[in-house]
Design a protein around this ligand. Structure first.
Ligand SMILES: Nc1ncnc2c1ncn2[C@@H]1O[C@H](COP(=O)(O)OP(=O)(O)OP(=O)(O)O)[C@@H](O)[C@H]1O
Ligand SMILES: [Mg+2]
Length: 231
């Protein structure tokens, strides 16, 4: 059984009389421990799919199971609890909270869980160390470089030890060197901690760290082995 199973997953957006269906009847299996890169033109539904996998949004039709548990039909509160336990989400623009320090930003998702203060402290310190930010605990986001902000955002996404790590263009706003170091970090979380990763990317260079590259086009997925497009 695959860790993530999508069957005929469909999402339709309605605005007035207009209907858009960026995802239609999508079938997708992602194995535990996989590192999937998701590519496709702007507007092809990549973020829509990621948001469904994250339980941030719900499908209009079809089913989504993670680790054998149906997620698509969970009531709102149960879905929020499921998300808090199983999903780490990394955004393109980090989305750190400006008035909180690096430490407090990473601690935030743990406040939804029943952990003691000292357990929280250990988890936050471990996550910040894993991303190489152990010496910036008291810094605010504006006092960090873009690459460091993204590392803090990754620490925030992994601090809950999620089942799946979702990333929407995690290197989209970074220079080449910071992008490479963020990709190496994701690859390490995948290979050493066994985190299953689904990453949206526009940059073909970032796909060399993935084991599967999926192309989304007009609601259809085309799977390719890594390297098959290279000369
Ligand atoms: N909340 C919404 N309401 C209405 N339409 C939406 C909504 N969210 C997305 N869409 C539409 O769904 C389509 C897919 O959007 P999506 O954000 O998934 O694209 P994407 O592949 O992530 O694109 P990009 O590479 O530009 O980020 C677009 O046509 C978009 O306008
Ligand atoms: Mg997008």
């Amino acid at each position: 059984m695959a860790l993530i199973e999508c069957r005929q997953l469909t999402r339709t957006y309605r605005r007035g009389n207009e209907e858009i269906t960026p995802l239609r009847d999508l079938d997708l299996d992602i194995e535990s421990g996989g590192f999937v890169a998701l590519m496709g033109p702007s507007g092809s539904g990549k973020t829509t799919l990621l948001n469904l996998l994250a339980g941030i949004d719900r499908p209009t039709a079809g089913t989504l199971s993670v680790a054998g548990k149906p997620v698509h039909n969970l009531p709102r509160r149960a879905l929020a609890n499921w998300r808090s336990a199983h999903v780490g989400y990394i955004f393109q623009l980090y989305n750190l909270i400006p008035v909180l320090t690096a430490y407090e930003n990473v601690e935030l998702p743990l406040l939804l869980q029943s952990l003691s203060r000292s357990e929280r402290h250990d988890r936050v310190a471990t996550a910040l160390e894993a991303v190489g930010i152990e010496d910036r605990h008291e810094h605010y986001p504006r006092q960090l470089s873009g690459g460091q902000e993204q590392r803090v955002a990754i620490a925030r996404a992994i601090v809950t030890e999620p089942t799946i790590l979702l990333a929407d263009e995690p290197t989209g706003d970074l220079d080449r060197q910071s992008a490479t170091s963020v990709m190496e970090l994701l690859a390490q979380l995948n290979s050493e901690q066994g985190r299953t990763i689904v990453m949206v990317t526009h940059d073909p260079r970032t796909t060399e760290w993935a084991d599967t590259v999926l192309h989304l086009e007009k609601g259809r997925l085309v799977e390719q082995a890594v390297g098959s497009e290279r000369p």
